[in-house]
Design a protein around this ligand. Structure first.
Ligand SMILES: [Zn+2]
Ligand SMILES: [Zn+2]
Length: 174
């Protein structure tokens, strides 16, 4: 039976000596990501991650890898969209330093917050525009229909000759 999704790793329980390392393959629960006002989530809310933990002279070094596929609405036409990418992130945490650069924000009291790290790494890796396809034509600004299904050149509302639309265009361009 599969083990339950993890978000917190108790580093002390790995009982690694200096110079030792461990590799963990584990399911991680990923909360839905809010991007551009839309919600994106991996199927089942879960992903399979590989975590490498090593102990250099002091503290810990981590490498987190997982394939990410999230699904949600296209930011242009609101149709179905999905993005696939590979996450490969690293963190170090030196316990005996005042240097903030060498402390990991995901390590507190010998616990690694894998869920939060996976979430942040996912957001960083995803494009700012999530589209159903690269050249998504978006929605018609007049009637809201998807222009992917219609030829944008043929999809017209004979607005050109209508003075009310011309007035609106003037207002918009101001
Ligand atoms: Zn689209
Ligand atoms: Zn239209």
């Amino acid at each position: 039976m599969a083990s339950a999704p993890t978000t917190i790793i108790d580093l002390a329980r790995l009982s690694l000596s200096h110079g030792e390392g461990a590799r963990l393959d584990l399911p991680v629960r990923l909360e839905p990501l809010e991007l551009g006002g839309q919600t994106y989530a991996p199927r089942g809310g879960e992903l399979r991650a590989r975590l490498d933990v090593s102990r250099p002279s002091s503290g810990y070094a981590f490498r987190l890898r997982f394939p990410l596929r999230v699904e949600g609405p296209c930011m242009r036409c609101l149709g179905d969209a999905a993005v696939e990418t590979e996450i490969d992130a690293r963190e170090v945490d030196q316990s005996d330093t005042e240097d903030e650069e060498l402390r990991s924000p995901y390590v507190v009291d010998d616990e690694l917050d894998l869920g939060r790290w996976a979430r942040d790494a996912s957001i960083l890796a995803l494009p700012t525009q999530i589209l159903c396809r690269e050249d998504c034509a978006g929605l018609c600004p007049v009637c809201g229909a998807s222009l992917n299904d219609a030829d944008p050149d043929l999809h017209e509302h004979s607005s050109a000759g209508d003075p009310r639309w011309a007035k609106l265009d003037e207002l918009k361009s101001e």
